[in-house]
Write a protein that binds this ligand. Structure first.
Ligand code: ZN
Length: 291
């Protein structure tokens, strides 16, 4: 057990409570360090990395297309909840060569990459999901929200993203505004359980959010698009589609600092080189030996 993770958990300052989906959720606005505590009651959650397809772009110099993962994440929480983070590529992209009509990217998504198939590998169906976390509504993150049509599930999304998505054509309503999903607007960070919380990381889009989760193999930060690729760890360079580069930089710096303070392992949102070093579902997450 990593001492650094314990410090992070015990250092959470809880100063507000909200009710979501009938469960008490506590707001974590501030992190402080308390290095006096012992490691006797640290909760851990089991994390699975779901491979929900690939998207690629062409290198202008070599002409070759490099593909990166489209991820989803499943968390079996310490309190017994089954929580899904994002739903991956739309069904329409299975077998497609490009991500049209959504984005001008190459696509490599096969039938086994479809969300229900991946859940099935864990012995789960969409009806087993207790809570859906929507990090944001780009097509490759909400593409299979339609699997929850009629399910009466709650999805947590930042309020600013939810409000923007209704008007901004970047976000395809047909993908995310699905009858049966009740969106619960979140303002800022939110603790779902001890050692499991949403992190507001705006910049890639307004209202983007990441996830912090303490696993048996230490704390993990699911950066999503706040840190999508390895280069962004060291260089403040973001795609041209980033609406607020200043906010994106601040969010990146926040996650880097959190990783340093907690010993957290950052999983980058679309970094195939890293992704290929990690165990994927149905295996649970474990840190690679060398990073
Ligand atoms: Zn993304």
């Amino acid at each position: 057990m990593r001492v650094t993770g314990i410090i992070a958990r015990r250092g959470i300052v809880l100063n507000a409570c909200v009710m979501i989906g009938g469960a008490d959720l506590q707001r974590a606005d501030t992190l402080t360090a308390n290095r006096q505590v012992k490691d006797h009651d640290v909760p851990t959650h089991t994390l699975y990395l779901l491979n929900l397809g690939q998207l690629g772009s062409r290198d202008p110099e070599t002409g070759e297309t490099h593909f990166n993962q489209v991820p989803g994440y499943l968390i079996r929480s310490a309190a017994g909840k089954t929580i899904l983070v994002d739903t991956g590529n739309p069904t329409a992209l299975i077998g497609a060569e490009t991500a049209a009509p959504w984005w001008d990217l190459a696509c490599n998504t096969q039938s086994q990459d479809d969300l229900p198939q991946r859940l099935g590998e864990l012995g789960l169906g969409v009806e087993d999901i207790d809570l859906l976390i929507s990090t944001h509504f780009d097509f490759d993150h909400c593409g299979r929200h339609d699997a929850f049509a009629g399910s009466d599930i709650t999805s947590l999304v930042q309020r600013s993203q939810l409000e923007l998505a209704r008007d901004d054509p970047r976000f395809d309503d047909a993908l995310w505004d699905v009858p049966g999903i009740t969106y619960q607007a979140v303002d800022g960070d939110l603790e779902l359980e001890p050692g499991l919380r949403l992190l507001a990381t705006p910049g890639h889009v307004v209202g983007h959010q990441s996830v912090y989760v303490e696993t048996v193999d230490g704390p993990v930060i699911l950066a999503i698009d706040a840190i999508a690729v390895a280069e962004q760890m060291t260089m403040p360079r973001f795609p041209s589609t980033t609406p607020d580069a200043e906010a994106a930089l601040a969010s990146r710096d926040r996650l880097l600092q959190m990783a340093e303070e907690t010993g957290g392992y950052i999983i980058r949102g679309h970094d195939d080189a890293q992704w290929n070093t990690l165990p994927h579902s149905p295996q649970s997450f474990a840190r690679p030996a060398t990073t």
